[in-house]
Design a binder for this molecule. Structure first.
Ligand SMILES: NC(=O)c1ccc[n+]([C@@H]2O[C@H](COP(=O)([O-])OP(=O)(O)OC[C@H]3O[C@@H](n4cnc5c(N)ncnc54)[C@H](O)[C@@H]3O)[C@@H](O)[C@H]2O)c1
Length: 424
């Protein structure tokens, strides 16, 4: 078991203006896909959640690619753009920081942000492995800064509803689960060899990049995973080389120079959940592939209980399939569209059945982060939870090497919002 969290007061930030609105200066490190998305989430927050009276101001963005720093200033609307992230952390007008750099840099930048006393919202999986994540967690606890992690799928209204149904016991005793992240982003064999395919830069492949989302989702909805048996494989062994900061991992390069893929394309695990969790004693299978043809952003689950079942997939994010009748005319699955009784749905749409999207999940994530750093409800995912997810990933990687079942090191501060008794 990891050592307990250092008990310290969390640093609160923000300035209340003469209208009673809390203003927060935002710093951004790395202006790639996620950097843009975090920026748009901050901008949308006062529109979606006016009642919070929180106003994020885009202050300072950095990216080693000068054109991306310029883009942040000239297009995204940051007041300043730099090519060195240290300038963002040293900026006194920056109250909170989004860290959207490649995994290799999460440890260095996460520790630097904590030492600068800046609460941070960091992208998953927080480093290349549990050692990196643990180092960031130690620094954040020591500095007492609030953290939030980019595990966005847990905010989907349908997912929040399933979590509630399980916590309330409405699906009965959870017996088994099948959860997957089948994503075709690397299904093109000439898809570029970005940092994601390099061990030194990314750590593992589909395991850390995609299965970590599945692990986080299952630990959030069902409860802690305690034991795993893992399996990894690499399907496309070589890819065309792509320099950092040019295009994304979706780029396709014909006739380029080839380099080796150093991590897994496919990852799977058999898992057991904790006996004292909302999903007490459940077992299941988790799978992820980045090279699959067909599914494209297929993060989904089937959760089976003695009284009912729930099925959801991000590709149909607004549709929750529920079975709560064993017999009678309404037996079997019923499809329920998004509605105001599910999570944060009502903040986005006044009536049921209006579809939400991926970007909206980041707005909810921004809200949970900024509410937590301004002293409100602590519903943000935390660095302790990222460490718990990383510990499951580490155990799966170890099991894939020796073929044995591995116990998962438990992280005391990682509650995933559940009480110690497993309810709530
Ligand atoms: N939550 C999600 O659903 C989700 C989706 C995609 C990516 N991610 C995560 O977000 C992170 C970033 O992924 P991305 O897809 O945005 O990557 P990306 O390749 O689009 O962007 C990475 C950016 O980092 C910049 N960079 C490289 N070195 C830097 C340095 N030293 N200082 C500052 N900037 C630097 C690059 O120039 C580039 O602009 C990763 O950790 C990834 O796992 C999360």
């Amino acid at each position: 078991m990891y050592s307990s969290s250092v008990e310290s007061e969390i640093v609160m930030v923000g300035h209340v203006n003469d209208k009673g609105i809390t203003e927060l200066g935002v710093g951004l490190i790395s202006v790639g896909w996620m950097g843009k998305l975090h920026s748009r989430a901050y901008q949308a927050l006062p529109v979606v959640y006016p009642e919070l009276r929180i106003s994020p101001k885009l202050v300072h963005a950095a990216d080693t690619a000068a054109d991306r720093a310029e883009y942040a200033r000239d297009v995204l609307g940051y007041a300043k753009g730099s090519t060195d992230y240290r300038e963002v952390l040293a900026d006194p007008e920056v109250d909170v920081v989004s860290i959207c750099a490649p995994n290799l840099l999460h440890k260095e930048i996460g520790i630097a942000a904590a030492k600068a006393g800046k609460p941070f919202w960091i992208e998953k999986p927080v480093g290349r492995d549990a050692v990196d994540t643990g180092a960031v967690a130690d620094a954040a606890r020591e500095a007492g800064v609030a953290t939030s992690i980019g595990y966005n799928y847990r905010h989907a209204p349908a997912v929040e509803r399933v979590r509630e149904l399980i916590s309330n016991g409405e699906l009965g005793r959870i017996t088994n689960v099948r959860a997957v992240f089948f994503n075709g982003y690397a299904s093109e064999p000439n898809g570029a060899l970005s940092w994601r395919f390099k061990k030194e830069l990314a750590g593992s492949g589909a395991l850390g990049d995609l299965l970590s989302h599945v692990v986080d989702l299952m630990q959030y909805v069902i409860g802690p995973i305690t034991e795993v048996s893992g399996l990894l494989s690499t399907i496309h062994q070589q890819r065309p080389i792509l320099p950092m900061g040019q295009a994304t991992h979706f780029a396709v390069i014909e006739n380029g120079e080839l380099g080796d893929v150093e991590n897994d394309d496919y990852a799977a695990a058999l898992v057991r959940f904790a006996a004292d969790s909302p999903g007490a004693g459940a077992v299941g299978t988790l799978e992820a592939s980045r090279v699959i043809v067909g599914p494209q952003c297929g993060l989904g689950f089937e959760i089976y209980g003695t009284e009912g079942s729930a099925t959801w997939n991000f590709e149909q994010m607004n549709e929750l399939k529920l079975a709560v009748n064993r017999t009678g005319p309404s037996q079997g699955y019923t499809t329920i569209l998004g509605n105001s009784s599910q999570g944060d749905y009502a903040a986005f749409q006044p009536g049921p059945g209006n579809s939400m999207g991926y970007d909206d999940l980041k707005v909810i994530e921004a809200k949970k982060f900024l509410v937590a750093v301004t002293g409100g409800e602590q519903r943000n995912s935390t660095i302790d939870e990222a460490l718990s997810d990383a510990s499951v990933i580490t155990a799966i990687a170890s099991s894939a090497v020796d073929g044995q079942w591995h116990k998962v090191q438990q992280v005391p501060g990682a509650t995933f919002g559940h009480s110690a008794t497993g309810n709530g």
